[in-house]
Design a protein around this ligand. Structure first.
Ligand code: PLP
Length: 417
C-alpha cells in the first residue's frame, strides 16, 4: 500500500531516542512528571506514521468499500484490499485466509461460533489452558453450554508454564479444538506452540492460537507454525482500536457458517433465502473498519521498517534489566517466571495490595496495570488478588525502568509506614 508518511526509523540503527520522538504521547507530562508508559500489553501508543495515515485517509480516500463505482470508493477498496495483502504477507498467510475483525476477542468469538456450529457436538471436548485471557475462555464456555460439550483445561506450573505432560493426556478422539495463548498477557510466558500444534495435529485436532501478545514482539509465520487459526489485535501493534485479524486455514473457513449476517457477506439475497460469499468476505458482515484496516497495514509497515529483530532485541534488554532490578527489591515477588518470556514483568509486594502500588506509581507518572488482567483463573490459582504489571515496548528505555524501580521503593516506604 501507499504508506504516505515517511517513517524516520527506516534503515537506521536502532536509536530509541529518535524513535520516541515519533510517538508524540511519550512526551506528555502526567501529574507534572514525564510519562513512563509501561502498559503496552493493554494497548500500545501510536507513532506519527500511523496517526498521519489516519488523517490522510480521511483527507483523501474516505468512502465505503466493495460497493461504489466512483473514484473514492475504488480507492478505498483498493487500499482496504491492499492492506489485507500486507497483513497476509506479514504473517505468511494466503490473502483469502485473512479476516478483518474488531480484535482478538471478536476473532475468537467468530471461531467459537462458526467453527463450533459445524464441528462441535454433544460430548465433544475443547482444550484451553489455565493461563488464558478471558477472551479465550468465555467464548468456549458459551460454545460448550450451547452444544453440551466439555471444556478441558491444561494446568500450569508455579512458574507459569504449561504442564505439557497433562496436555498430552487431555488430547483424545473427543477433542475438537485446542485454543491456547501464544504468549500469556499476565505472566509473559511464551508457550511452546510448535509442540502444542504438532501434538494436536498428530491426532488430527486443529489449533487456535491467541496471538494478541505475540504479534507485537515476534515474527509470526502461520505456514511454518502450521496453525489452523491465529488471532490478534491492531491496537497492541501500534494501530487503532477496533481492528484485528483472524487468520484461518482455507480448509476450515470454507466449511464454517457465517458469524454475523447482513451486507457484504452475501452473494445473493432472496426473501426466501440467501447465499453467502466465500471467505474472507463471508465473515465480514456490514461496513468494515476501513480506516482501521488500512492503518493496521501502515502500523505493520512501521514495525517492519524498524525491524522485528531490532524490536525483539531492545525488548529483551528491557525485560532482562527490569527482571534483575525488580527482583532485587526486598519483599517483591515476580509472578510468571517462565524460561521464555515476552517483555512483561508482573509482581506483588509482600503485605501490599497491587492497586495501592499502582495508584502511587501513577502519581509518579508511571502507567502500569494492576488487577487480574482479564485472567482471573490465574489469580485464583496463585491465591492473589492481582498483580502490578509492567509491560514494555521497543520505545521504552532502561532509564524508565530505573524510574519504575525507584517508584516501587517509594511506594513500599509510603505504604508500609
Ligand atoms: N488475548 C490476550 C492474550 C490479550 O492480552 C488480550 C488483550 O489484552 C486479548 C486476548 C483481547 O484483546 P482485545 O481486547 O483487543 O480483543
Amino acid at each position: 500500500m501507499d504508506t504516505m508518511v515517511k517513517n524516520k526509523a527506516i534503515s537506521k540503527e536502532f536509536d530509541v531516542e529518535s524513535i520516541r520522538k515519533e510517538f508524540p504521547i511519550l512526551s506528555v507530562k502526567v501529574h507534572g512528571r514525564p510519562l513512563v508508559y509501561f502498559d503496552n500489553a493493554a494497548s500500545s501508543q501510536k507513532p506519527l506514521f500511523v496517526i498521519k495515515a489516519i488523517e490522510k485517509y480521511y483527507e483523501t480516500v474516505n468512502s465505503n468499500v466493495h460497493r461504489g463505482v466512483h473514484h473514492l470508493s475504488s480507492l478505498a477498496t483498493d487500499q482496504f484490499e491492499a492492506a489485507r495483502k500486507t497483513i497476509a504477507t506479514h504473517i505468511n498467510a494466503n490473502i483469502d485466509e485473512v479476516i478483518f475483525t474488531r480484535g482478538t476477542t471478536e476473532a475468537i468469538n467468530l471461531v467459537a461460533y462458526s467453527f463450533g456450529e459445524v464441528f462441535v457436538k454433544e460430548g465433544d471436548e475443547i482444550i484451553i489452558s489455565h493461563m488464558e485471557h478471558h477472551s479465550n475462555i468465555v467464548p468456549w464456555q458459551i460454545l460448550c453450554q450451547r452444544k453440551k460439550a466439555v471444556l478441558k483445561v491444561i494446568p500450569i506450573t508455579e512458574s507459569g508454564e504449561l504442564r505439557m505432560d497433562e496436555y498430552k493426556k487431555l488430547l483424545s478422539s473427543k477433542t475438537k479444538l485446542v485454543a491456547v495463548a501464544h504468549v500469556s498477557n499476565s505472566l509473559g510466558t511464551i508457550n511452546p506452540v510448535e509442540e502444542i500444534i504438532a501434538l494436536a495435529h498428530a491426532k488430527n485436532i486443529p489449533v487456535l492460537l491467541d496471538g494478541a501478545q505475540a504479534v507485537p514482539h515476534m515474527k509470526i509465520d502461520v505456514k511454518k507454525l502450521d496453525v489452523d487459526f491465529y488471532c490478534f489485535s491492531g491496537h497492541k501493534i501500534y494501530a487503532p482500536t477496533g481492528i484485528g485479524i483472524l487468520f484461518g486455514k482455507e480448509k476450515w473457513l470454507k466449511q464454517m457458517v457465517p458469524f454475523q449476517s447482513g451486507g457484504e457477506m452475501i452473494k445473493e439475497v432472496k426473501l426466501e433465502a440467501s447465499t453467502y460469499q466465500d471467505p474472507p468476505l463471508r465473515f465480514e458482515a456490514g461496513t468494515p473498519h476501513i480506516e482501521g484496516s488500512i492503518v493496521l497495514a501502515t502500523a505493520i509497515d512501521y514495525m517492519n521498517n524498524i525491524g522485528l529483530d531490532a524490536i525483539a532485541k531492545q525488548e529483551q534488554k528491557l525485560l532482562d534489566y527490569a527482571t534483575e532490578k525488580l527482583s532485587a527489591i526486598n519483599g517483591l515477588k515476580i509472578v510468571g517466571q517462565a524460561k521464555h518470556k515476552a517483555p512483561v514483568v508482573a509482581f506483588n509486594i509482600e503485605g501490599l495490595h497491587p492497586y495501592d502500588v499502582g495508584v502511587i506509581l501513577d502519581q509518579l507518572g508511571i502507567a502500569v496495570r494492576t488487577g487480574h488482567h482479564c485472567t482471573q483463573p490465574i489469580m485464583d490459582l496463585y491465591g492473589i488478588p492481582g498483580t502490578v504489571r509492567a509491560s514494555f515496548s521497543f520505545y521504552n528505555t532502561i532509564e524508565e525502568i530505573d524510574v519504575l524501580v525507584a517508584g516501587v521503593k517509594k511506594a513500599i516506604d509510603m505504604l508500609k509506614k
